[in-house]
Design a protein around this ligand. Structure first.
Ligand code: FAD
Length: 499
């Protein structure tokens, strides 16, 4: 089949509906469901974008020669890796990074698992083969995945085995010759409006028998019997694009995933009951690095959007002469250049990993994923500081076209734009910085890649700071030596030597 068009995406979601629950009802067709259909349409658009720019977005399948999505590539050269980065940036720009879970995010994870299949095959050769075959399957059918890594937030002071119910967190219930059965829940899966789900652990498990039933990695169609998605309430206010420009388009949705005795066939399994491999899989296969590559592209697109938005707001209401406005604009620009530099450094310093997969440099991407959860909330704060009451005073399309239209034309004009231009701009700023959709974007950026506190802990533990410590220690020793020399010169008595 090869790369899909948007209509194929819509058709498949209609043909293979998953069990998605929303506001107390099972959704019959996500492509037509009010509050969800806008996000589905944007997802489908991404697949049309890839055919609008095939040279950038597609490459020749190594198995069939058909055109397939570039984010499925297992890069062997730096040029190939950079081409993946180019395609991911293009997709991110299409949604201004507001659909963080564009399909390339998990495509990169599965591509890394396939590239590092020998790692997964250590415990059981079949698991490595499964990863390779599954990657080919989703690449050739251009499938779109959601994923879930985190156990339910019930009692974080103990692991999954010590919760009130051992089947609160998804757990292996029984094993057969054909596969195993999973029971329990996982949170959270963004983009449940997709074709398949990747289930992996992310929080570290203890290498004990009690944690082993929670250690597994597999992928299944979303329409698998017993697999239920309990979606949060939509943040699309179900109105027009004028009133709700972002939320009406880019609602990717989040859902808790419930496994109600879900059968997982062996051929879909990549990891099973091996806590050590489960804890290492992300890092050892490079999946976390390739996913972070997508993340930095999303960060660039999102920051470009904020810079453009704030600049238009400044211009519209004539606040360009105030110094703090310059400072705030410069802050956004610096954030953008920082993200661009991280992406570039990661690509330029890329190197083949143990499996010969060209892998972006980790340090700049690790820095990006630690910085942006702090940057994005600040960018949204700047939108609020620049927009002030303008963010909460904009009328709706119905007001503009209604009996108050003439008054609106007069009272909503701005320094450089008339009311009809100013209102959509400030509604866009409202949807970025005030609406429920905008608020969820901030929460997303704070947490989607993990708890920032524990990510900082990982930086503290894993990055080598010794060369810098040595540098400062040498300086201190040199200072002491200089002091001794000075004292000898001026007083004839050396200071006490360091021991
Ligand atoms: C909008 C959104 C979308 C998401 N999408 C996905 C997705 O698609 N797939 C997916 O798998 N996950 C997704 N996530 C989940 C994300 O990975 C988690 O939010 C993140 O890992 C933090 O875990 P938690 O939410 O369970 O927070 P918790 O672990 O419950 O933390 C709650 C609070 O307790 C603190 N805390 C808890 N344990 C510790 C500890 N050991 N040490 C120090 N402090 C601690 C945290 O710092 C935090 O302040 C998403 C999250 C959000 C908000």
């Amino acid at each position: 089949m090869g790369a899909r068009h948007g209509k194929d995406v819509i058709q498949r979601l209609r043909d293979q509906p998953s069990e998605l629950w929303h506001r107390g009802r099972r959704v019959a067709d996500v492509t037509r469901e009010p509050g969800l259909a806008g996000g589905v349409a944007s997802l489908a658009e991404l697949y049309d974008v890839q055919w609008a720019e095939p040279d950038l977005m597609l490459f020749d399948s190594p198995s069939t020669g058909d055109k397939v999505g570039r984010s499925f590539m297992i890069p062997r050269t730096q040029a190939e890796l950079m081409s993946v980065g180019g395609a991911m940036l293009r997709w991110s720009r299409h949604t201004f990074g507001m659909m963080g879970r564009s399909p390339d995010y998990i495509n990169r994870a599965i591509s890394a698992y396939a590239g590092g299949a020998d790692f997964l095959g250590q415990a059981d050769r079949r698991f490595g083969e499964n990863a390779r075959r599954y990657h080919e399957h989703i690449r050739e059918n251009d499938l779109c995945l959601t994923h879930t890594l985190i156990n339910p937030q019930a009692n974080r002071s103990v692991g999954p085995a010590r919760q009130a119910d051992p089947f609160l967190a998804a757990r292996v219930k029984e094993e057969t010759d054909a596969g195993f059965v999973i029971k329990g829940a996982r949170m959270l899966a963004t983009l449940p409006i997709s074709d398949e789900i990747m289930v992996f652990p992310s929080t570290l498990l203890k290498a004990t028998e009690e944690d082993a039933p929670y250690a597994f990695g597999f992928a299944l169609p979303n329409a698998t019997p017993g697999l239920k998605f309990l979606a949060r309430e939509t943040l699309d206010y179900e109105r027009n694009h004028y009133d709700h420009p972002l939320g009406s388009r880019f609602e990717e949705l989040d859902a808790v995933v419930i496994f109600d005795d879900v059968f997982v066939p062996w051929e879909r399994v990549f990891l099973y009951r091996d806590v050590t491999l489960a804890n290492q899989a992300y890092a050892a296969t490079g999946a976390v690095v390739h996913m972070s590559h997508q993340v930095v592209c999303k960060n660039i697109a999102k920051t470009e959007f904020i810079l453009g938005l704030v600049s238009l707001m400044i211009d519209a209401i004539g606040i360009e002469s105030f110094q703090h406005i310059h400072e705030k604009t410069a802050e956004i620009w610096v954030a953008l250049e920082t993200m661009k530099a991280f992406k570039r450094a990661a690509e330029v310093d890329a190197a083949p990993n143990a499996f010969g997969v060209m892998t972006p440099a980790w340090d700049p991407l690790d820095a990006a994923r630690n910085l942006y959860p702090r940057t994005y909330p600040r960018l949204v704060e700047i939108v609020q500081q620049v927009g002030a009451s303008g963010l909460v005073s904009m009328p709706t399309l119905a007001d503009v076209n209604g009996p108050m239209g003439d008054a609106i034309q007069k009272y909503y004009q701005a320094a450089r734009v008339d009311a009809l231009e100013r209102i959509p701009l400030f509604r866009l700023a409202w949807d970025t910085a005030v609406s429920a959709f905008g608020s969820r974007q901030v929460l997303y950026e704070r947490f989607f890649f993990g708890d920032p506190v524990r990510m900082a802990g990982a930086v503290f533990q894993s990055h080598d700071r010794k060369p810098y410590m040595e540098m400062v220690r040498e300086f201190l020793l040199r200072s002491l030596q200089d002091t001794n020399d000075d004292l000898t010169r001026f007083e004839g008595e050396p200071a006490a030597a360091a021991t």
